[in-house]
Design a protein around this ligand. Sequence first.
Ligand code: ATP
Ligand code: MG
Ligand code: FE
Length: 336
Amino acid sequence: IRVLGIETSCDETAAAVVEDGRIPLSNVVASQVELHKKYGGVFPEVASRQHIRTIYAVVDEALQKSHLSLRDLDAVAVTRGPGLAGSLVVGMNTAKGIALAGNLPLIGVNHLEGHLYAAWVRRDEHDDHPEPQFPLVALLVSGGHTELILITDHLQYKRLGGTLDDAAGEAFDKVARLLGLPYPGGPAIQNAALRGNPDAFSFPRARLDGTWNFSFSGLKTAVLRVVREFEEKQQSLPVEDLAASFQAAVVDVLFAKTLQAARMFKAREILLAGGVSANLALRAAFTGQNEFRVHIPDLSLCTDNAVMIAAAGYYRWLHEQRDPLDLDVLPTWQLL
Ligand code: ATP
Ligand code: MG
Ligand code: FE
């Protein structure tokens, strides 16, 4: 079964073809990062207009690279939400047009379910990475979400907890700005941290014991306080040490709580997903333990892409989901 995936929820215009939910035949992502850099974040109207400009070329390229034509496809999966309304609509309308032209079923996919299914995708047909086994405890850490989820079977989720304030990726982005690092902040902090000492500053770790929740606002405030102290003393900011110490605090709480939850809910395995799962320190923490097998998406599939949408779409297809051609986008759609 070959599914064409389309993703335009935020600032990536993406299309991909995936076979049987696990083998990517193509993966095209046109990032708008450079366009939004000067705003220090995503500017919605600019994003939507740029999606319109690039979507056809992106879909075309995804088909070409897969060496398939519309006739060879079995379904079109598209991100229905959550995301920016004006951006989602571009992908949705494109998917509808293709579904109609190719007489293919349309499948609306939740963007967060897509992030989770990125962990099912193999690098290619030679990659023998095993399929995740249920029950799984999943840590979904992205720009807008930080969720701890128990997955009992395909498409069966139980939310254990999540952030009470900033998402993990949002914390990376905000602290990067405090440190004068460029947008997006995650990769910038990770790079600066390579040359820093993670023990230089002891930042707070909000354990929130007795719950499966997270909080990053206290950590952000603690970084801000140190930045102000240096400014007042007119000393230059130890950006690398601050980045390393901040990153270590985030990784500590994410890792500790996820492991705790996996034990408590008797998970067989752990799954990481979302943009922040690209973080090398976070990946190292999880791969450095032997208690649970860990599934983490390939680096190229952690941040927004359409392979993950096609992969989730395949499991929705198996589950017999077929959506009508007047399907609406859902900008605030909750998965859990
Ligand atoms: P959501 O998926 O919640 O709707 P989103 O789609 O904007 O939000 P993603 O694309 O999953 O989010 O991830 C982007 C986030 O991941 C940004 O906040 C970015 O800073 C963060 N990120 C990307 N790479 C890294 C990294 N190496 N280390 C830490 N954070 C990272
Ligand atoms: Mg993005
Ligand atoms: Fe995302």
